[in-house]
Design a protein around this ligand. Structure first.
Ligand SMILES: C[S@@+](CC[C@H](N)C(=O)[O-])C[C@H]1O[C@@H](n2cnc3c(N)ncnc32)[C@H](O)[C@@H]1O
Length: 408
């Protein structure tokens, strides 16, 4: 522990403006806002090794915000958090318990606090900056002999960007452009060449990653109901719907039960297409199968004058950046009153990241003239991961999304 870390423990009460003054003094003197307890320990004990965990001042504050704090004290705490962020504190560093500052607040039942909100907002800002940084990466043309691309980005951008890479049902939120990891959960080409196996309650890859699991049944029902909302306004409406990603066919079976006029299914994986054939989906008169990735097949529909009352998106081994590209197509394919929905697993392996992505997706959709609303669904603790390589769901509440054009 250093003096900075001690300050963040609020040992002396009340917590007055003096705390802010002292914090600023430390930071101005050159102590980094991200100075960790581990670094302080190693420094004191002459250990040269780089620590692997990062318990930052923000962690300590979150661990010590007084539960009996007065309004004035909590204002001071909130100002201290703002100051730390101004000086470059990170929202997603993890401590020895693999917890971010936001995780600590959740554990302390402080998810509704101002501090938690500040952390989520910092996360949204960091993700937006990270995207800019990635956009600004330039690949310097390699000479004939030397084919290694060089990354160019400003130092400040690199410092401010957060490194968070989070798995969601095989979808990473961001792709590491230099990654050579050919994990099927991360790389679509590898995934499409990976054998899949249908089990009773799951569709899994040969390396035991869960592509789809039957615990999502109710979430699929919510998704299906959203796609048919237009029918509530006009029972005579000839419903044309599109589902991207067949998986176990759970939502597609529900869609069929609602007897749509036309039901498009987009799916690229050969083993899943085989299943579609075996189960007679090709014979259904109102079903159109688009064999291939949505990036190719759904984009083609733009020139064919097909418009949808409902579009659902639930793929595997894709990234949030893919979803951003999909939004380009959604605005072109959705009827004016149409509804777009998706499996909302964005960042769902860590609750605070789930909250960050809830806000981020809202911001991104608003850039397209689309508005999103969420219905909260409480989920029990899932005990379904025994035979699955990694869990992609770790949150107590599912935010079911419904997206439509903004009302003008
Ligand atoms: C999570 S499952 C879908 C589950 C489905 N919602 C259900 O109710 O069973 C994901 C599916 O998306 C498919 N997929 C992956 N990438 C895709 C892409 N680029 N375009 C279309 N489908 C894709 C996968 O092959 C897989 O069948």
């Amino acid at each position: 522990m250093s003096d900075l870390h001690d300050l963040c423990r609020f040992i002396s009460r009340p917590v007055t403006n003096q705390y802010i003054t002292q914090l600023k003094a430390y930071l101005k003197s050159g102590i980094p806002s991200t100075y960790t307890v581990e670094e302080a320990y190693n420094y004191t004990n002459g250990i040269e090794e780089e620590p692997t965990t990062t318990t930052t001042p923000l962690h300590i504050i979150c661990q010590n915000i007084p539960t009996n704090g007065t309004e004035e004290e909590l204002l001071v705490v909130s100002e201290m958090i703002s100051v730390l962020f101004e000086y470059g504190a990170g929202w997603s560093f993890t401590d020895i318990n693999n917890e971010t500052p936001g995780c600590i607040l959740i554990k302390r039942n402080m998810k509704d606090s101002v501090a938690f909100n500040q952390i989520v907002e910092a996360g949204v800002r960091a993700e937006l900056i990270l995207r800019k940084v990635n956009d600004n990466i330039e690949f310097i043309e390699a000479s004939d002999e030397e084919e290694v691309p060089e990354l160019v980005e400003s130092e400040e951008q690199t410092e401010n960007a957060q490194e968070d890479i989070s798995q969601i049902k095989g979808n990473t939120l961001e792709v590491d452009p230099q990654s050579t990891n050919l994990d099927p959960a991360e790389h679509q080409e590898t995934y499409l060449n990976t054998k899949l196996q249908y089990k009773d309650d799951a569709l899994v890859t040969s390396n035991k990653d869960g592509v789809m699991m039957s615990w999502e049944h109710n979430l699929m029902q919510m998704g299906c109901n959203s796609l048919f909302k237009n029918r509530e306004d006009d029972p005579e409406e000839e419903m044309v719907v599109l589902n991207i990603g067949f998986g176990m066919g759970i939502i597609d079976t529900m869609i069929q039960d609602k007897k749509p006029f036309k039901h498009y299914i987009c799916e690229p994986h050969p083993d899943v297409l085989e299943k579609l054939k075996k189960d007679g989906w090709y014979q259904k008169p109102n079903v159109v199968i688009l064999e291939g990735r949505w990036q190719d097949k759904v984009a083609e529909l733009l020139s064919e004058g097909v418009f949808f009352n409902g579009i659902y998106y639930d793929t595997y081994s894709e990234h949030y950046s893919d979803m951003l590209e999909l939004f380009d197509l959604i605005v072109g394919l959705l009827k004016p009153q149409g509804i777009f929905s998706f499996f909302n697993g964005l960042g769902a392996d860590r609750q605070v990241i789930y909250e960050v992505y809830k806000k981020l997706v809202e911001i991104d959709l608003s850039n397209y003239g689309l508005q999103i609303s969420f219905t909260d669904i409480n989920l029990p603790t899932l005990e379904v991961w025994d035979d699955i390589k990694r869990s992609y769901w770790n949150c107590p509440v599912y935010y079911h999304p419904e997206v439509k054009f903004v009302d003008l």
